[in-house]
Structures are given as C-alpha cells and as structure tokens.
Design a protein around this ligand. Structure first.
Ligand SMILES: *Cc1c(COP(=O)(O)O)cnc(C)c1O
Length: 461
C-alpha cells in the first residue's frame, strides 16, 4: 500500500466505453408505459423527445457502449478525475478505516452532471437538433447542459424551479453566460404553467412541474426542439459509469478494494455512475462490495417510497415508470439539497434495490451539514449539500469501523462542490437548519393518485 494521497490517471486512461448494467442485471426492468394509453411506449413516442441514438442506449442490453471521440475530447477538459485518500479526515475521526473519494467536483460546472450533458448534446447534434428544452432545480443540471449545448452550438431553454431562480441567481447567471435562456417555472410559456399560475399566481414551482413544462415545450414544438433529462433514465446512468470505471483503476493503483461504495441519490445517476461498475464486479467476478445509496429524510424515495408505477412528472405527460416513488404530487419540503428533491428514483436503481443488490439509508439535514463542515475542515474541499449526504454515510461507516476495531475500505463519490450553496451553509452555521422526516402518511395519501395500470403489464416483462 502506498503513501500516496491522490491517485491520478493519464488522459490515455480515460475510459473508451460506458458500462451498461442491463447486460448483467439479474432483474429485468418492467416496461415504460405511455402516460395516456398506459401501453408500453414505442420508440416513435420517445423520438418526439429524444434523438434515436439515446433511445437505443435506453433499451440496449450491450455490456459496453463506445464513447464517441468527440465526447472523449471534451471529457478531457476535466477527466480522468482524481481519486483521493481522505487521510486528514481519517485522522480527525481516529478511525482504522481507509476513506477514499472520487472528486467529480472538478468538472467546469462543478458536478458530475457534465458526464451526461456532453454526450446528450453530442447525440442531439448528430441528429440535427437545433434547440433543447430542460428543467433544473438548484441549477446544477441546467449549468452542465448549458455548457454542453454551447460546445455543440445548440440553443437551450431552461425551466428553472421558481424558488431557486429567485434565491440562487448565480447559477442562472452561470447558465446565461454559456448562452442559455432561463425561465422561472411555472412560466406563462406553457399550457401547464399558465393553468398553475391561474390557480395560484404565487406558485413557487417544483422539479416535477419544471419537467412538465420542459416536456410540453419540446412535445408541442412541431419537431424543432428536443428534451433532455439529467438523471433517472438508463442512458444517463450509463454515461455516468465513467466515474466507477476510473475509480476501479484508481483503487487498483492504491492497492486496495472497497468494502463499501457510497453515493447520494436524487434521481440516482451519480450513485449509479460510481456503484454499477462495482456491482458488475460483484456479479461477475465474485467481489462482495456493499453499495450504499444515501438520501435525505425529507425526500426518502428509496427508504419510504413505494415500488410501483408512477408518472415521471406532475402534469402526467412524461412516461409512467416503475420506481420507488413518493407520488408525482410530492411537494418537496424546503431542504437545502435541491438536487435530491425528486419524487421518484431511477427505475434501474429501484429494481436493483428491490431485489437486494443495493442498500439505502436516509440521513437528516443537520447531521449532513455537520459532516460537510467536518469534511471541509479536514480536506479543504467544500462539498455540495447533496454530496454531503454521501459524506455523512462515509463518516458513519468509518466510525462504525472504529467502534468495531475493523479495517474497512470506504469509497464515496464527491458529486459536486458547494460554492453556489453558501446560503445553505449560512443557515447551518447560524443554527437555523431543522431536520424534517417526510411522513409515511403523506406517502400513503399520494398513492391514491397513482396511474391505474393493468397488473398484466407489470407481469409481462
Ligand atoms: C443533481 C445532483 C445530485 C443528485 O442527482 P443524481 O442524479 O442522484 O446524481 C447529487 N449531487 C450533485 C452535486 C448534483 O448536482
């Protein structure tokens, strides 16, 4: 074992292929259903929103998919990302555990979301797309896609949740600097947005609403605009596997292998990105790494949600998918990890969790910021509030190892930095943050508005 702190790969080590878990998954994915007919969707339906290459990736069962050279060239602006041994954090905790983190915060936009924004813009460019619509919550995804669309000369229309648009102007300005058009959702640009504003002019929006508006804007554009989603879908998780593929090589350089791999989960993409290549090693090469997804107690889709068919968005225009859900009517409490407030979970992560291949844990907000502060003081990097959920769990694993006198190798994904989240840190430092556990009764209530889906469809896969 070396005394190295950062494990760095060369540009030539940048992965040439993404890993597709669908080739190895022991559990099949239930079909995706049309929101109105509730029949399995056809590529034709999806092609209104997505370029064909991404639709093919969505359903592919090939184990590896080549990363286009044009995408690798842009990845090289920040990849391979460093794997870091958190030696100072280990010391601070007095733990025999070894803690490693993969630093995805070094991308130009400060998060892992660039890993899928770049190929999504590329495949759209190849298909001749001139304009894309998307939604963004806190602005991480919007910023990543703004950068990617700028590189490929595609116009971008971003529907940004109004409360974030007002409270977090800096990411909006970031997006606009790349050339994107940013609108506070609900807007008066869509039928759905106008209807909501008529009911309640002070509606401050949600991610589900912003998705509905972006989908509507693309679907009613007469083919001139496509739509892009930054998490949840199979092809998004596929693109994120560059994280885990690099981490496998870097753990090898460190001469260790993780006992547990940890990621925070909003829609499931950064966790899937780091964990799924390790799941392949579990399934195919006899490794036994625990794979731990961490979510906020305020939006606990895996630990408190129900595994069932639900709409992907509030307006019930997006496809119906089987996933762990808090209900598409979910109105997220105002926690500061904006990227973790989606009502559902990636169908892939849901199916693998349901079948016992993944673990999940919910952590409360205050303890999460406590972990973020500890990490910042030990390692110097100030994490995104989302990423701090993974840090909380990594610290808890290290403390558990200490209590049991075990040497444990822990790897977590630092999905992004928190430089645009200073208001949240200020609230934390002032002692004004509160914990909130989303009530099980609210989940039960929301289940009454689930789509009515024939049980045969569920069984037919
Ligand atoms: C968006 C975001 C997340 C959550 O999304 P996933 O798809 O679950 O990865 C986590 N961390 C950061 C920094 C994000 O921007």
């Amino acid at each position: 074992m070396s005394d190295t702190t950062r494990f760095l790969l060369n540009e030539t080590d940048l992965p040439r292929q993404w890993y597709n878990i669908l080739a190895d998954s022991p559990v099949p994915l239930p079909p995706v259903l049309h929101p109105v007919t509730k029949e399995p969707v056809t590529p034709d339906f999806l092609s209104v929103l997505f370029p064909m290459e991404l639709i093919l990736q969505e359903v592919s069962t090939d184990r590896y998919i080549d990363i286009p050279e044009e995408v690798r060239e842009i990845y090289k602006l920040y990849r391979p990302t460093p794997l870091v041994r958190a030696r100072r954090l280990e010391k601070m905790l007095g733990t025999p555990a070894h803690i490693y983190y993969k630093n995805e915060s070094v991308s130009p936009v400060g998060s892992h979301k660039a890993n899928t924004a770049i190929p999504q813009a590329f495949y759209n460019k190849v298909a001749g797309t001139k304009a894309i619509t998307t939604e963004t919550g806190a602005g991480q995804w919007g910023a990543a896609l703004s950068m990617a669309c700028n590189f490929f000369d595609i116009a971008l229309e971003v529907y940004m949740v109004k409360v974030s648009y007002e409270q977090k102007p800096y990411r909006r300005i970031f997006m606009e600097t790349y050339g994107a058009q940013v609108y506070a959702s609900p807007t008066d640009r869509t039928q759905f947005g106008r209807a909501l504003l008529e009911q309640d002019p002070s509606n401050r929006g949600s991610l589900g609403i912003a998705i509905s508006e972006a989908v509507e804007a693309a679907a009613t554009s007469g083919g001139s605009k496509k739509y892009s989603l930054g998490s949840v879908l199979n092809h998004v998780l596929l693109h994120q596997t560059v994280i885990g593929e690099e981490a496998l090589k870097q753990m090898d350089m460190a001469g260790e292998y993780p006992d547990v791999v940890i990621g925070c989960v909003g829609g499931g993409s950064n966790f899937g990105g780091i964990a799924l290549p390790f799941l392949r090693e579990n399934l195919r090469n006899g490794q036994r790494t625990r794979l731990l997804a961490v979510e906020p107690t305020a939006a606990p889709s895996l630990t408190k949600g129900i595994y069932t068919y639900d709409y992907g968005d509030t307006a019930r225009m997006a496809p119906i998918v089987k996933m762990h859900t808090l209900g598409h009517t979910f109105l997220p409490p105002g926690i500061h990890a904006g990227g973790l407030r989606y009502h559902g979970m990636a169908p892939l992560i849901s199916a693998l969790y349901e079948a016992g291949y993944l673990e999940a844990r919910a952590v409360p907000q205050v303890a999460t910021f406590e972990a973020a502060r500890l990490f910042t003081q030990a390692e110097g990097f100030l994490p995104a509030p989302e990423s701090a959920h993974a840090i909380r769990a990594a610290i808890d694993e290290a403390l558990d190892a200490k209590a049991k006198g075990e040497k444990r190798v822990i790897l977590f994904n630092l999905s992004g930095h928190g430089h645009f989240d200073m208001m949240a840190y200020q609230e934390y430092l002032a002692g004004r943050l509160e914990d909130y556990a989303y009530p099980a009764e609210a989940v039960a209530q929301a289940m009454q508005s689930l789509p009515q889906v024939e049980t045969e469809v569920t069984a037919a896969d």
